[in-house]
Write a new protein. Structure first.
Length: 356
């Protein structure tokens, strides 16, 4: 019943958002029609103020109110029948196109982008949005071309580097993807928010670069020839860098669960590799890895249990083992774990009696 309720709530939210989008587009259309019969909605002198207010709303992702102000600024300029304010016209058209794009109104986004392109076809933001729209239409090669054009104009555009990296990653061109992700990270030191992305570019680039390195690492495991020392060294580097990138991302942006999930998965793999090193028996190192996991997510029962078993069976530290098993039982009240806890308590009590 709960799942049905949640599903219904999600559907209702989606419907509400669609209605809101349709509403503000309809209002914008009405304003355009009214402009032909009325003298003016706002005087030309108010255009800059309208744009400033619209930009503030856009940054807050209040797209419904923002798009109305952008439209009103365009209408005011059209009514004044002036060819000046080209930069403002370009900006308003780009913002409207961006809002349409984020609302999945691709056709309307193209229409607005075309108007912006007429003003300045080589504008960096025009090319960037063109690449996004080509990507959304699955025209990947043209999207790549547009993002490359942006970078040729401004190599410091972190968003273009990131989006190009994503496309190369999808094509399994991992070296090219890595290069552009590194550029994206380097060019977004302040982690600026972008309305079209769920996190700053510098964070997303770290996440995807970690995944790219992990794919490259997995590729070595599929090589049929005998691996060389250089191969193993590169595998170690890739695995280590994957974890370092996610730790950085988590420290800088701790609210993103996707990063935590990826990091936990890589740490479990690292622990499994260490467990196979039977010659050195690095049990303390393995425990440290599991502690990192439970620091990230205290509900990771498997990590708690792995630590408990190591303390009990290999490090012979019954007190630490008891502590870990109690944590396991608090998360998963299984009778077998309870029996182990009782047995350890008895062993510890017996040890104390012997000391006396």
């Amino acid at each position: 019943m709960k799942n049905r309720s949640q599903s219904f709530s999600r559907r209702w939210l989606i419907i509400t958002e669609i209605i809101a989008i349709i509403s503000f587009i309809a209002i914008a259309a009405i304003l355009i029609q009214k402009s032909s019969s009325e003298q003016e909605l706002y005087p030309l002198s108010q255009v800059e103020n309208l744009i400033t207010e619209a930009d503030t709303l856009f940054k807050k992702q209040d797209f419904g109110d923002a798009i109305l102000l952008y439209w009103q600024a365009l209408i005011a300029m059209d009514q004044a029948n002036t060819e000046t304010y080209a930069d403002i016209r370009l900006h308003a058209n780009l913002r409207i196109a961006e809002i349409y794009s984020q609302s999945s109104w691709v056709k309307d986004a193209w229409s607005r982008l075309k108007n912006a392109s007429i003003i300045d076809p080589e504008n960096e933001q025009v090319l960037l949005l063109s690449g996004k729209l080509h990507r959304d239409l699955s025209d990947q090669q043209e999207a790549v071309n547009q993002f490359i054009s942006v970078i040729e104009k401004n190599n410091g555009n972190s968003e273009a580097h990131y989006l190009l990296g994503v496309l190369y990653q999808g094509r399994k061109q991992y070296s090219d993807a890595s290069r552009h992700y590194l550029q994206a990270i380097e060019n977004d030191p302040d982690l600026k928010n972008i309305s079209s992305e769920k996190a700053p570019i510098g964070i997303l680039a770290r996440l995807q670069l970690s995944r790219t390195y992990n794919k490259m690492f997995q590729g070595y495991r599929l090589i049929k020839r005998k691996l060389t020392d250089e191969d193993y060294a590169e595998m170690t580097r890739l695995e280590s860098q994957s974890i370092i990138l996610l730790k950085e991302a988590n420290q800088l942006y701790p609210s993103m669960q996707e990063i935590v999930n990826d990091l936990i998965g890589l740490l479990y793999y690292r622990a499994s590799v260490l467990k196979r090193e039977t010659d050195t028996r690095p049990y303390n190192d393995i425990v440290d890895v599991y502690r990192e996991i439970v620091d990230l997510d205290p509900t990771e029962v498997q990590a708690w249990q792995e630590m408990a078993e190591i303390y009990e069976g290999f490090l012979h530290d019954n007190r630490q083992a008891l502590e870990m098993y109690k944590k396991v039982y608090s998360l998963d009240q299984h009778s077998t774990i309870l029996a182990i806890i009782k047995s350890l308590e008895e062993d510890i009590a017996a040890e104390q009696s012997e000391r006396k």
